[in-house]
Write a protein that binds this ligand. Structure first.
Ligand code: AMP
Length: 365
């Protein structure tokens, strides 16, 4: 009898939860590691290790009991992961994480591998900030180089007076970026093995307070732009030598496609794929990890994904209780709900953006 393979996942948030669910459907076991005993993945994982991400002994324990290991947490320190990559089967390796952990390195890497980015400058203190502002002009966006996410650690500078307000951010190395007056934001999720790259259809992403709020798939834009986005993203992934899963977020301004950031893990904008496409981002990642043939996804129907933050939770629970055809409510089981914390998402298939606005938008604050 074939023994079940075990996938180890560093991180136990909603991404770990959804990877584990799909891995189970493919007949694999899952072990997750997260500092919280009640992390979302703990409810479904076959084993859950409670430990900090810098606990090398615990990460090694995870590696030892797994056939293959991946990560859903982006800030696993290199000092811990690099030696593990040498000893254990972590096929995505540390490089895509390393390349994405620092916004300066991330943008330089995108440029080096054929993508276009907004203008950017490294800034470390008031003097370099003033210099960068003179060079780039305003408005511009100041971001911390590391550990920023969902709009945390960033500030838009609109006028010279904002420079003084931005100084508290400069206690850590930062990057000043050109403020892009984009027409829309879009992202792409890809999974690659040695033979091929499969890409999920790109949606139009709408952010609120720097956090993804809605995805409309397919993005209702010139298909030529979407095709170019797919081709250049797949080429980037090959040139950078990445395997496994990668998501890239872009700004689209006229004909220009500008790289914003990337993540070598399943992506929030790809959650719609669970019901909206014939195979989903979590399953294709699991297939890659298990050494199975990848499957090309196809969009089932126009789909809308609404993120459920703390302030949307009551409305989402009500929609779940009511029960609606082609409306899929995912709640991650987080014990504490807070405004702006991602608590779940809802996928509406067979729904256009106009229909969403008409039927559902008013349900959420
Ligand atoms: P990030 O954490 O870099 O993805 O930023 C969160 C959101 O802030 C993005 O999805 C955009 O909506 C907005 N944003 C970030 N950087 C820029 C920029 N350079 N120009 C315009 N908007 C930006």
């Amino acid at each position: 009898m074939k023994t079940k393979k075990t996938i180890g996942i560093i991180g136990g948030g909603q991404l770990g939860l959804m990877i584990a669910e799909e891995a189970h459907r493919l007949g694999a076991r899952c072990v997750t590691l997260d500092p919280a005993a009640d992390a979302p993945s703990a409810a479904v994982a076959d084993e859950h290790i409670v430990a900090a991400y810098d606990d090398s002994e615990a990460i090694e324990r995870l590696c030892r009991c797994s056939d293959v290991v991946t990560y859903e947490f982006e800030n696993v320190p290199g000092e811990i992961l690099i030696p593990m990559c040498e000893k254990y089967n972590i096929p995505q390796g540390y490089k895509p994480l390393y390349d994405s952990q620092d916004r300066l390195r991330e943008k330089q890497n995108a440029l080096d591998n054929g993508l276009k980015t907004p203008g950017f400058e490294a800034v470390d203190d008031e003097e370099s900030l003033c210099r960068a502002v003179r060079k780039m002009g305003l408005p511009a966006v100041l971001k911390t180089r590391t550990l920023g996410y969902d709009g945390h650690g960033q500030m838009v500078l609109k006028s010279e007076e904002d420079i003084a307000k931005a100084l508290p951010l400069l206690t850590v190395p930062c990057i000043l970026e050109e403020f892009v007056k984009f027409d829309f934001e879009a992202s792409i999720v890809m999974v690659a093995d040695d033979k091929r790259v499969v890409s999920f259809p790109s949606g139009r992403n709408v952010h609120r307070d720097g956090i993804l709020d809605l995805c409309f798939i397919p993005a209702e834009v010139n298909p030529e732009i979407l095709e170019r986005m797919r081709l250049q993203s797949e080429e980037f992934m090959r040139r950078a030598g990445y395997r496994g899963i990668l998501a890239i977020e872009y700004f689209v301004r006229g004909e220009e496609i500008l790289f914003n950031e990337m993540a070598p893990r399943p992506h929030n904008s790809g959650h719609y794929t669970i019901e909206g496409t014939t195979t989903n981002q979590f399953r294709e990642l699991a297939r890659y990890l298990l050494g199975e043939e990848l499957e090309e996804p196809k969009l089932v129907a126009p789909t809308v994904m609404k993120n459920i933050l703390g302030q949307d939770l009551e409305a989402a629970e009500k929609i779940l209780r009511e029960g609606h055809d082609k409306v899929y409510v995912h709640l991650y089981g987080k014990s504490e709900s807070r405004p702006k914390r991602k608590m779940g998402h809802i996928t509406f298939t067979h729904l256009t953006p106009e229909e969403y606005q008409e039927k559902w938008a008013a349900r959420f604050v």
